[in-house]
Design a protein around this ligand. Structure first.
Ligand SMILES: NC(=O)c1ccc[n+]([C@@H]2O[C@H](COP(=O)([O-])OP(=O)(O)OC[C@H]3O[C@@H](n4cnc5c(N)ncnc54)[C@H](O)[C@@H]3O)[C@@H](O)[C@H]2O)c1
Length: 275
């Protein structure tokens, strides 16, 4: 844990705060979708544990939320490290008196044709996207069960987990696994009143998509930006998504409005799946 603070004076235009008092952990919170979710959760009144492995990005992300009046705790660690995850969750629980919500957003991608997927590439994607998600869910669920908290877990999967994609076999497999893990956890945790859902984003404008664009350009011998243009042209709403549009669904699933929603995976993709 590298800091706990609550900023003063909010410029956030929030009228009805939907997560007031919720103690939430968000992984991959230093940038992209995770940062948008952490920011929106804080705006909605949650105390947010921002977990990421990138020290510089995490510090500036946490400071940005503090400056808009949010309450955040920075947790610098790699989700692949099971002991570190357990330690960070235990610290957060000790500091806040419990944990009510988790959003698993930490994730990675490397495009590679099926025949070129080697053990290192496969393990890297599986370790971050699947094992990391599992360790975070286990640590948080244990804490919730121990305290009798009827909490919420949201796993950020992908529409790539619903289908196969050229040059993306390993990532698709990890996200299919995240959807499957969400189902199993929802069933096992339902007796404790803990809800587990997933979000399947389509294309969202984040640093990850910048990397996808560059990798696709090399892989397909096309200009950088062309992959995004081609992908966007197939989306019924005719544009890529913004991180904040994923955050809205994460707020809904975590809030009391979703108190009877569990074991679901919600597509937030402009209507692109099923394609
Ligand atoms: N951007 C998209 O189009 C898109 C679409 C579908 C699903 N997703 C999923 O949404 C999630 C967030 O994606 P994004 O686009 O914001 O990605 P991003 O690369 O922009 O941000 C990911 C964040 O996760 C952190 N992270 C990565 N590995 C980590 C690890 N081992 N431990 C701790 N932190 C780690 C990174 O440091 C970074 O801050 C990912 O799970 C991704 O697979 C993204």
């Amino acid at each position: 844990m590298i800091g706990v603070a609550a900023g003063e004076g909010s410029d956030a235009a929030v009228t009805a705060r939907r997560l007031e008092g919720v103690r939430a952990l968000v992984t991959g919170a230093a940038q992209g979708i995770g940062l948008a979710i952490a920011t929106r959760f804080a705006d909605e009144g949650a105390v947010v544990g921002m977990l990421d492995r990138s020290a510089t990005d995490l510090e500036s992300a946490a400071n940005a939320i503090l400056q808009r009046g949010g309450a955040v705790v920075s947790l610098l660690l790699d989700v692949r490290d099971r002991a570190a995850v357990k330690g960070a969750v235990d610290d957060f629980v000790a500091g806040q008196g419990g944990v009510d919500a988790l959003v698993n957003c930490a994730g990675t991608i490397t495009l590679r044709p099926f025949l070129a997927v080697d053990e290192e590439a496969w393990d890297d994607l599986m370790d971050v996207n699947c094992k990391g998600t599992l360790w975070c869910c286990q640590a948080v669920a244990e804490a919730m069960i121990g305290q009798g908290t009827r909490g919420s877990i949201v796993n950020v999967a992908s529409v790539s987990g619903r289908r196969g994609e050229i040059g993306n076999l390993a990532y698709c497999a990890t996200k299919a696994a995240v959807i499957s893990m969400t189902e199993s956890m929802a069933l096992e945790l339902a007796p404790y009143g803990i809800r587990v859902n997933a979000i399947a984003p389509g294309i969202v404008a984040t640093p990850m998509w910048d990397r996808i664009d560059e990798q696709a350009a090399t892989l397909l011998n096309i200009p950088v930006g062309e992959a995004r243009r081609r992908a966007a042209s197939t989306i019924p709403l005719a544009r890529v998504g913004e991180p904040g549009e994923i955050a809205g669904t994460a707020v809904f699933l975590t809030s009391a409005d979703a108190c009877y929603v569990t074991r679901q995976c919600i597509n937030v993709d402009g209507g692109s799946w099923p394609g």
